[in-house]
Design a binder for this molecule. Structure first.
Ligand SMILES: Cc1cc2nc3c(=O)[nH]c(=O)nc-3n(C[C@H](O)[C@H](O)[C@H](O)COP(=O)(O)OP(=O)(O)OC[C@H]3O[C@@H](n4cnc5c(N)ncnc54)[C@H](O)[C@@H]3O)c2cc1C
Length: 324
Protein backbone atom coordinates (compact mmCIF):
# COMPACT_ATOMS: atom_id res chain seq x y z
CA UNK A 1 0.00 0.00 0.00
CA UNK A 2 1.34 3.44 -0.98
CA UNK A 3 0.89 6.29 1.52
CA UNK A 4 0.13 9.92 0.61
CA UNK A 5 -0.23 12.92 2.93
CA UNK A 6 -3.23 14.55 1.27
CA UNK A 7 -5.43 13.16 -1.49
CA UNK A 8 -8.01 15.44 -3.12
CA UNK A 9 -10.76 13.85 -5.19
CA UNK A 10 -12.12 16.15 -7.92
CA UNK A 11 -10.25 18.72 -10.01
CA UNK A 12 -12.97 21.39 -10.38
CA UNK A 13 -12.59 24.86 -8.85
CA UNK A 14 -13.08 23.36 -5.37
CA UNK A 15 -10.38 20.69 -5.63
CA UNK A 16 -7.91 23.06 -7.26
CA UNK A 17 -8.39 25.82 -4.66
CA UNK A 18 -8.11 23.29 -1.83
CA UNK A 19 -4.87 21.87 -3.29
CA UNK A 20 -3.22 25.30 -3.66
CA UNK A 21 -4.28 26.39 -0.16
CA UNK A 22 -3.07 23.16 1.44
CA UNK A 23 0.27 23.51 -0.35
CA UNK A 24 0.57 27.14 0.77
CA UNK A 25 -0.15 25.99 4.33
CA UNK A 26 2.80 23.59 4.23
CA UNK A 27 1.51 20.22 2.94
CA UNK A 28 4.29 18.85 0.75
CA UNK A 29 2.74 15.70 -0.70
CA UNK A 30 -0.62 16.28 -2.42
CA UNK A 31 -2.25 14.01 -4.97
CA UNK A 32 -5.18 15.46 -6.95
CA UNK A 33 -7.33 12.82 -8.66
CA UNK A 34 -9.68 13.86 -11.49
CA UNK A 35 -11.72 11.43 -13.57
CA UNK A 36 -11.94 13.76 -16.59
CA UNK A 37 -9.09 14.41 -19.02
CA UNK A 38 -8.85 18.09 -17.98
CA UNK A 39 -8.86 20.02 -14.74
CA UNK A 40 -11.73 22.52 -14.33
CA UNK A 41 -14.83 20.41 -13.64
CA UNK A 42 -18.17 21.93 -14.64
CA UNK A 43 -16.47 25.24 -15.50
CA UNK A 44 -15.17 23.80 -18.77
CA UNK A 45 -18.69 23.67 -20.21
CA UNK A 46 -19.77 27.10 -18.85
CA UNK A 47 -18.51 29.22 -21.75
CA UNK A 48 -20.63 32.23 -20.77
CA UNK A 49 -19.09 35.16 -18.85
CA UNK A 50 -19.91 35.83 -15.20
CA UNK A 51 -17.11 34.06 -13.35
CA UNK A 52 -14.42 35.63 -11.19
CA UNK A 53 -16.05 39.00 -10.48
CA UNK A 54 -15.19 38.64 -6.78
CA UNK A 55 -12.03 36.52 -6.79
CA UNK A 56 -10.24 38.04 -9.78
CA UNK A 57 -12.17 41.35 -10.01
CA UNK A 58 -12.62 40.49 -13.69
CA UNK A 59 -15.45 39.00 -15.70
CA UNK A 60 -14.23 35.67 -17.04
CA UNK A 61 -15.82 32.70 -18.75
CA UNK A 62 -15.84 29.37 -16.91
CA UNK A 63 -12.90 27.92 -18.90
CA UNK A 64 -10.87 31.11 -18.32
CA UNK A 65 -11.54 30.95 -14.58
CA UNK A 66 -10.59 27.26 -14.52
CA UNK A 67 -7.47 27.83 -16.59
CA UNK A 68 -6.05 30.40 -14.17
CA UNK A 69 -6.20 27.79 -11.40
CA UNK A 70 -5.20 24.80 -13.54
CA UNK A 71 -1.97 26.49 -14.60
CA UNK A 72 -1.05 27.27 -11.00
CA UNK A 73 -1.89 23.73 -9.86
CA UNK A 74 0.15 22.11 -12.65
CA UNK A 75 3.14 24.38 -11.97
CA UNK A 76 3.22 23.98 -8.19
CA UNK A 77 5.82 21.51 -6.92
CA UNK A 78 4.33 19.22 -4.29
CA UNK A 79 0.98 18.90 -6.11
CA UNK A 80 0.76 15.83 -8.33
CA UNK A 81 -2.22 15.78 -10.70
CA UNK A 82 -3.53 12.47 -11.98
CA UNK A 83 -6.13 12.92 -14.74
CA UNK A 84 -8.45 10.19 -16.07
CA UNK A 85 -8.33 8.81 -12.54
CA UNK A 86 -11.73 7.71 -11.27
CA UNK A 87 -12.04 7.03 -7.55
CA UNK A 88 -14.30 4.00 -7.14
CA UNK A 89 -13.76 3.01 -3.51
CA UNK A 90 -13.18 4.91 -0.28
CA UNK A 91 -13.09 3.72 3.33
CA UNK A 92 -13.19 5.39 6.74
CA UNK A 93 -9.47 4.54 7.14
CA UNK A 94 -8.93 6.77 4.08
CA UNK A 95 -8.02 3.92 1.75
CA UNK A 96 -8.69 4.95 -1.83
CA UNK A 97 -9.00 2.78 -4.94
CA UNK A 98 -8.97 4.48 -8.31
CA UNK A 99 -8.95 3.46 -11.93
CA UNK A 100 -6.57 5.13 -14.33
CA UNK A 101 -5.84 4.08 -17.89
CA UNK A 102 -4.47 0.56 -17.75
CA UNK A 103 -4.33 0.19 -13.97
CA UNK A 104 -6.18 0.18 -10.69
CA UNK A 105 -4.30 1.94 -7.89
CA UNK A 106 -4.74 1.50 -4.14
CA UNK A 107 -3.42 4.11 -1.75
CA UNK A 108 -3.89 5.24 1.84
CA UNK A 109 -4.08 8.96 2.65
CA UNK A 110 -3.37 10.69 5.95
CA UNK A 111 -6.05 13.24 5.02
CA UNK A 112 -8.60 13.44 2.22
CA UNK A 113 -10.62 16.28 0.69
CA UNK A 114 -13.65 15.25 -1.35
CA UNK A 115 -14.44 17.86 -4.01
CA UNK A 116 -16.65 15.74 -6.23
CA UNK A 117 -19.25 18.37 -7.24
CA UNK A 118 -22.91 17.76 -8.08
CA UNK A 119 -25.08 15.84 -10.49
CA UNK A 120 -28.38 17.00 -11.99
CA UNK A 121 -31.87 16.15 -10.82
CA UNK A 122 -33.80 14.36 -13.54
CA UNK A 123 -37.29 14.32 -15.07
CA UNK A 124 -38.01 11.16 -13.06
CA UNK A 125 -37.11 12.86 -9.77
CA UNK A 126 -39.80 15.51 -10.20
CA UNK A 127 -42.13 12.98 -11.81
CA UNK A 128 -43.05 14.76 -15.04
CA UNK A 129 -45.70 12.42 -16.46
CA UNK A 130 -46.30 11.47 -20.06
CA UNK A 131 -44.66 9.39 -22.74
CA UNK A 132 -40.96 8.65 -22.81
CA UNK A 133 -39.77 9.93 -26.18
CA UNK A 134 -36.25 11.01 -27.14
CA UNK A 135 -35.51 14.71 -26.73
CA UNK A 136 -35.71 15.11 -22.94
CA UNK A 137 -32.35 16.10 -21.46
CA UNK A 138 -31.00 17.42 -18.18
CA UNK A 139 -29.99 21.03 -19.01
CA UNK A 140 -26.38 20.64 -17.88
CA UNK A 141 -25.97 17.60 -20.13
CA UNK A 142 -27.38 19.63 -23.03
CA UNK A 143 -24.90 22.38 -22.13
CA UNK A 144 -22.04 19.90 -22.38
CA UNK A 145 -23.38 18.59 -25.73
CA UNK A 146 -23.64 22.09 -27.22
CA UNK A 147 -20.53 23.73 -25.75
CA UNK A 148 -18.08 20.83 -25.73
CA UNK A 149 -19.28 18.28 -28.28
CA UNK A 150 -20.84 20.64 -30.88
CA UNK A 151 -24.24 18.90 -30.88
CA UNK A 152 -27.51 20.86 -30.96
CA UNK A 153 -30.17 18.80 -29.19
CA UNK A 154 -33.22 20.02 -31.19
CA UNK A 155 -34.99 22.82 -33.06
CA UNK A 156 -37.79 23.94 -30.71
CA UNK A 157 -37.24 23.75 -26.98
CA UNK A 158 -39.13 24.16 -23.74
CA UNK A 159 -37.14 24.53 -20.55
CA UNK A 160 -38.35 23.35 -17.15
CA UNK A 161 -36.97 25.41 -14.26
CA UNK A 162 -35.77 29.01 -14.10
CA UNK A 163 -32.65 28.58 -11.99
CA UNK A 164 -29.37 29.85 -13.43
CA UNK A 165 -28.68 26.71 -15.45
CA UNK A 166 -32.13 26.81 -17.08
CA UNK A 167 -31.81 30.53 -17.84
CA UNK A 168 -28.31 30.22 -19.26
CA UNK A 169 -29.32 27.28 -21.44
CA UNK A 170 -32.34 29.21 -22.75
CA UNK A 171 -29.99 31.89 -24.05
CA UNK A 172 -27.44 29.38 -25.27
CA UNK A 173 -30.02 27.49 -27.29
CA UNK A 174 -31.41 30.76 -28.71
CA UNK A 175 -27.91 31.82 -29.75
CA UNK A 176 -27.53 28.50 -31.58
CA UNK A 177 -30.73 29.15 -33.56
CA UNK A 178 -33.05 26.96 -31.50
CA UNK A 179 -36.52 28.45 -30.99
CA UNK A 180 -36.98 28.55 -27.22
CA UNK A 181 -40.73 28.51 -26.73
CA UNK A 182 -40.77 29.14 -23.01
CA UNK A 183 -39.36 28.52 -19.55
CA UNK A 184 -41.81 26.81 -17.20
CA UNK A 185 -41.41 27.60 -13.49
CA UNK A 186 -43.69 26.20 -10.79
CA UNK A 187 -42.69 28.84 -8.22
CA UNK A 188 -43.78 32.50 -8.18
CA UNK A 189 -40.24 33.77 -8.74
CA UNK A 190 -37.00 32.61 -10.34
CA UNK A 191 -34.26 31.03 -8.22
CA UNK A 192 -31.74 32.42 -10.69
CA UNK A 193 -29.76 35.65 -10.57
CA UNK A 194 -31.74 38.72 -11.68
CA UNK A 195 -29.04 39.50 -14.24
CA UNK A 196 -29.64 36.09 -15.82
CA UNK A 197 -33.42 36.60 -16.04
CA UNK A 198 -32.82 39.91 -17.83
CA UNK A 199 -29.87 38.92 -20.02
CA UNK A 200 -30.94 35.37 -20.88
CA UNK A 201 -34.74 35.66 -21.23
CA UNK A 202 -35.91 39.26 -21.52
CA UNK A 203 -33.18 40.24 -23.99
CA UNK A 204 -34.19 37.29 -26.19
CA UNK A 205 -37.99 37.70 -25.74
CA UNK A 206 -38.27 34.20 -24.27
CA UNK A 207 -41.53 33.83 -22.27
CA UNK A 208 -41.22 32.86 -18.58
CA UNK A 209 -44.31 31.13 -17.20
CA UNK A 210 -44.34 31.48 -13.39
CA UNK A 211 -46.68 29.21 -11.40
CA UNK A 212 -46.93 26.70 -14.24
CA UNK A 213 -45.87 23.08 -14.53
CA UNK A 214 -45.65 20.53 -17.30
CA UNK A 215 -48.67 18.27 -17.06
CA UNK A 216 -47.51 15.81 -19.70
CA UNK A 217 -44.80 15.25 -22.28
CA UNK A 218 -46.17 13.88 -25.58
CA UNK A 219 -44.33 12.15 -28.41
CA UNK A 220 -43.97 8.70 -29.95
CA UNK A 221 -40.30 8.47 -30.94
CA UNK A 222 -39.38 12.13 -30.38
CA UNK A 223 -40.96 14.85 -28.21
CA UNK A 224 -43.86 16.45 -30.13
CA UNK A 225 -45.45 18.76 -27.56
CA UNK A 226 -45.90 19.46 -23.87
CA UNK A 227 -49.10 20.18 -21.98
CA UNK A 228 -48.69 23.01 -19.47
CA UNK A 229 -51.03 23.91 -16.61
CA UNK A 230 -51.20 26.90 -14.28
CA UNK A 231 -51.02 26.14 -10.54
CA UNK A 232 -52.24 28.05 -7.51
CA UNK A 233 -50.27 29.02 -4.40
CA UNK A 234 -50.63 25.44 -3.08
CA UNK A 235 -49.28 24.01 -6.38
CA UNK A 236 -52.74 22.66 -7.26
CA UNK A 237 -53.62 22.65 -10.97
CA UNK A 238 -56.11 25.37 -11.93
CA UNK A 239 -58.98 23.85 -13.96
CA UNK A 240 -59.33 25.21 -17.48
CA UNK A 241 -55.79 26.60 -17.62
CA UNK A 242 -54.14 23.84 -19.67
CA UNK A 243 -52.44 24.79 -22.94
CA UNK A 244 -50.01 23.08 -25.31
CA UNK A 245 -46.60 24.06 -26.64
CA UNK A 246 -45.29 22.26 -29.72
CA UNK A 247 -41.59 21.40 -29.34
CA UNK A 248 -39.09 18.62 -30.05
CA UNK A 249 -36.88 19.15 -27.00
CA UNK A 250 -37.42 19.52 -23.26
CA UNK A 251 -34.50 20.62 -21.09
CA UNK A 252 -34.97 19.83 -17.42
CA UNK A 253 -33.21 22.17 -15.02
CA UNK A 254 -34.62 21.41 -11.61
CA UNK A 255 -31.64 21.50 -9.31
CA UNK A 256 -28.41 19.76 -8.43
CA UNK A 257 -27.62 16.99 -5.98
CA UNK A 258 -24.24 16.92 -4.23
CA UNK A 259 -22.26 13.82 -5.21
CA UNK A 260 -21.32 12.17 -1.94
CA UNK A 261 -21.40 8.47 -2.76
CA UNK A 262 -17.74 8.05 -1.75
CA UNK A 263 -18.39 9.64 1.62
CA UNK A 264 -21.45 7.46 2.09
CA UNK A 265 -19.42 4.38 1.11
CA UNK A 266 -16.98 5.23 3.91
CA UNK A 267 -19.85 5.30 6.41
CA UNK A 268 -20.01 9.08 6.99
CA UNK A 269 -23.24 10.66 8.12
CA UNK A 270 -25.19 12.15 5.20
CA UNK A 271 -28.22 14.44 5.37
CA UNK A 272 -30.79 12.53 3.29
CA UNK A 273 -32.72 15.67 2.32
CA UNK A 274 -29.73 17.49 0.81
CA UNK A 275 -27.22 14.65 0.23
CA UNK A 276 -24.59 16.74 2.03
CA UNK A 277 -22.26 15.72 4.87
CA UNK A 278 -23.64 16.08 8.39
CA UNK A 279 -20.97 18.00 10.30
CA UNK A 280 -20.62 20.79 12.85
CA UNK A 281 -19.07 23.22 10.36
CA UNK A 282 -18.62 23.80 6.65
CA UNK A 283 -15.99 21.56 4.98
CA UNK A 284 -15.98 19.00 7.81
CA UNK A 285 -17.46 15.48 7.67
CA UNK A 286 -18.23 13.01 10.44
CA UNK A 287 -14.96 11.13 9.68
CA UNK A 288 -11.81 12.69 11.19
CA UNK A 289 -9.30 13.66 8.52
CA UNK A 290 -11.90 13.61 5.75
CA UNK A 291 -13.03 17.00 4.49
CA UNK A 292 -15.52 18.04 1.79
CA UNK A 293 -15.71 21.24 -0.22
CA UNK A 294 -17.38 22.96 -3.14
CA UNK A 295 -20.66 21.70 -4.58
CA UNK A 296 -20.22 18.37 -2.78
CA UNK A 297 -20.59 20.29 0.47
CA UNK A 298 -23.44 22.59 -0.56
CA UNK A 299 -24.76 23.83 -3.91
CA UNK A 300 -23.08 27.15 -4.73
CA UNK A 301 -24.31 29.85 -7.14
CA UNK A 302 -20.90 31.34 -7.79
CA UNK A 303 -17.55 29.72 -8.45
CA UNK A 304 -15.90 32.57 -6.49
CA UNK A 305 -17.51 31.36 -3.27
CA UNK A 306 -16.53 27.78 -4.10
CA UNK A 307 -12.93 28.98 -4.33
CA UNK A 308 -13.11 30.94 -1.07
CA UNK A 309 -14.60 28.10 1.00
CA UNK A 310 -12.44 25.43 -0.61
CA UNK A 311 -9.29 27.35 0.27
CA UNK A 312 -10.48 27.04 3.84
CA UNK A 313 -10.86 23.27 3.36
CA UNK A 314 -7.23 23.12 2.18
CA UNK A 315 -6.08 25.03 5.27
CA UNK A 316 -8.18 22.81 7.54
CA UNK A 317 -6.63 19.67 6.07
CA UNK A 318 -3.14 21.15 6.50
CA UNK A 319 -3.93 21.99 10.12
CA UNK A 320 -5.23 18.46 10.70
CA UNK A 321 -2.03 16.95 9.26
CA UNK A 322 0.12 19.12 11.57
CA UNK A 323 -1.63 17.66 14.60
CA UNK A 324 -1.13 13.98 13.59
C1 LIG B 1 -24.76 25.64 -15.97
C2 LIG B 1 -24.01 26.30 -14.87
C3 LIG B 1 -23.79 27.67 -14.94
C4 LIG B 1 -23.06 28.31 -13.94
N1 LIG B 1 -22.81 29.65 -14.08
C5 LIG B 1 -22.03 30.28 -13.18
C6 LIG B 1 -21.65 31.67 -13.37
O1 LIG B 1 -22.07 32.33 -14.31
N2 LIG B 1 -20.81 32.23 -12.46
C7 LIG B 1 -20.34 31.50 -11.41
O2 LIG B 1 -19.54 32.04 -10.62
N3 LIG B 1 -20.69 30.21 -11.18
C8 LIG B 1 -21.52 29.57 -12.04
N4 LIG B 1 -21.85 28.25 -11.85
C9 LIG B 1 -21.48 27.56 -10.59
C10 LIG B 1 -20.06 26.98 -10.54
O3 LIG B 1 -19.64 26.63 -11.81
C11 LIG B 1 -20.04 25.75 -9.61
O4 LIG B 1 -20.52 26.12 -8.37
C12 LIG B 1 -18.61 25.18 -9.44
O5 LIG B 1 -18.10 24.80 -10.68
C13 LIG B 1 -18.57 23.96 -8.50
O6 LIG B 1 -17.24 23.54 -8.36
P1 LIG B 1 -16.84 22.11 -7.77
O7 LIG B 1 -15.37 22.01 -7.93
O8 LIG B 1 -17.43 21.93 -6.44
O9 LIG B 1 -17.57 21.06 -8.70
P2 LIG B 1 -17.30 20.62 -10.22
O10 LIG B 1 -16.91 21.79 -11.04
O11 LIG B 1 -18.50 19.86 -10.62
O12 LIG B 1 -16.04 19.64 -10.09
C14 LIG B 1 -16.12 18.35 -9.52
C15 LIG B 1 -15.07 17.49 -10.16
O13 LIG B 1 -14.98 16.26 -9.46
C16 LIG B 1 -14.75 15.24 -10.40
N5 LIG B 1 -15.15 13.97 -9.78
C17 LIG B 1 -16.37 13.65 -9.28
N6 LIG B 1 -16.38 12.38 -8.79
C18 LIG B 1 -15.13 11.89 -8.99
C19 LIG B 1 -14.52 10.63 -8.71
N7 LIG B 1 -15.20 9.63 -8.12
N8 LIG B 1 -13.20 10.46 -9.04
C20 LIG B 1 -12.51 11.47 -9.64
N9 LIG B 1 -13.05 12.67 -9.93
C21 LIG B 1 -14.34 12.90 -9.61
C22 LIG B 1 -15.59 15.65 -11.60
O14 LIG B 1 -15.18 15.02 -12.79
C23 LIG B 1 -15.37 17.16 -11.61
O15 LIG B 1 -14.30 17.54 -12.42
C24 LIG B 1 -22.56 27.57 -12.84
C25 LIG B 1 -22.79 26.19 -12.76
C26 LIG B 1 -23.50 25.55 -13.75
C27 LIG B 1 -23.73 24.04 -13.65
Amino acid sequence: MKYRDLVIVGGGPAGMAAALAARAAGVEDILLLERDQHLGGILNQCIHPGFGLHHFKAELTGPEYADRFARLVMETPGIEVSLRSFVIKFTKDRDISYLRPGAMEEIRARAVILATGCRERTREMIQIPGERPAGVYPAGLAQKMVNMEGWIPGKEAVIVGSGDIGLIMARRMALEGVKVKGVIEIQKTSRGLVRNVVQCLEDFSIPLYFQHRILKIHGAARVEKVEVVRVDDKFTDIPGSVFEIACDTVLVSVGLIPENELLEMAGAEIDRATNTPVAPAVNLTSIPGVFACGNACKVYDLADWVTRDSELAGKMAAQYLKTR
